[in-house]
Design a protein around this ligand. Structure first.
Ligand code: AMP
Length: 292
């Protein structure tokens, strides 16, 4: 595995790989099995696997956890190498955003709901960094986790509307044994919070069961999931929402593919989780194929 820290070196390396199928896994590091599953999929479907680790300041709000976001470069590098990453891109903030950086990107669809509503500007930061990374890495296939389902939907729009010649692949959420979605932010949880946090997933499963029981009214299910979570954990709920997926529009009646999404605050961590479901409640797993 080769580690590269400058945009210039990365671009000249990619220039030598023009005939190769490049699989790209962008991350913010502090790697866990979720990230590594994306790498494993990319490894199967591409000649070259590129991972980036960059804690992108543009996607954090002023009162969010940018400064204290967990970082462990040495451990990440060793895990990436073990899983077959060929090129590890570790740019500094100065590399990505030199002082004369003067472009502002804004996405106006899919962002007035869920995390887009709670974290103003977050997805503008996401599309800005990804536009840069896509130009630098020029991947054939890009791998994202469906744990960040709104991000996946936003990236779909970015790729379509800015005509990136990239196949987008969405990988199902990797969970701890008890069901908690793996997240770099789980390290912020106290022991008690960690135990309670599975209620978010259990709440989502309750919602799925009610859809499978034949309930079609989105509001009814949102209410039931909310009260399930309130009953089982001290977390402060940010949202519980049912929307069509991937368009992320509101629907009164569940009669197409939907997402049930939750976000909740613990003392030091804001956690998110979701289920993407067919209208009959069947879980949607992988989205998209790694193409040529
Ligand atoms: P992050 O480092 O949190 O920005 O995540 C980098 C990529 O890993 C994103 O595409 C995430 O959706 C994905 N990811 C994070 N956690 C998980 C998980 N538990 N399962 C699957 N993918 C994940």
């Amino acid at each position: 595995m080769k580690t590269i820290r400058t945009v210039e070196q990365m671009m000249s390396k990619i220039n030598t790989l023009r005939d190769k199928k490049i699989g790209f896994v962008p991350t913010m590091g502090y790697l866990h099995e979720g990230h590594l599953t994306l790498v494993d999929e990319a490894r199967k479907e591409n000649d070259i696997v590129v991972m980036s680790i960059f804690v992108n300041p543009l996607q954090f709000g002023p009162n969010e956890d940018f400064e204290r976001y967990p970082r462990d470069e040495a451990r990440d590098a060793s895990l990436a190498e073990k899983h077959g990453v060929d090129l590890l891109f570790l740019p500094s903030a100065d590399q990505m955003y030199p002082t004369d950086f003067s472009i502002k990107m804004k996405i106006t669809s899919k962002t007035d709901v869920l995390c887009g509503r709670s974290r103003p500007g977050h997805f503008d930061g996401v599309i800005t960094v990804l536009t840069k990374l896509f130009h630098i890495v020029q991947p054939t296939n890009a791998y994202f986790g469906l744990k960040d389902a709104q991000q996946f939907a936003v990236v779909q729009t970015l790729i379509e509307q800015l005509n990136f010649p990239i196949q987008l692949v969405g990988i199902p959420t990797v969970r701890e044994d008890d069901g908690l979605a793996k997240s770099s932010r789980n390290v912020y949880l106290s022991v008690d919070e960690r135990q309670e946090a599975i209620s978010l997933y259990k709440g989502l499963l309750h919602g799925q069961k009610r859809i499978q029981d034949g309930i079609k009214d989105a509001k009814t299910i949102e209410k039931e999931v909310t009260s399930f979570i309130k009953k089982h954990t001290t977390a402060k709920i940010d949202y519980v929402e049912i929307l069509t997926y991937p368009n992320l529009t509101r629907t009164e009646t569940i009669n197409e593919q939907i997402i049930i999404a939750v976000a909740a605050f613990y003392e030091k961590a804001r956690l998110i989780d979701n289920l993407i479901l067919e209208k009959d409640g069947t879980i949607v797993s992988r989205i998209g194929e790694g193409g040529n």
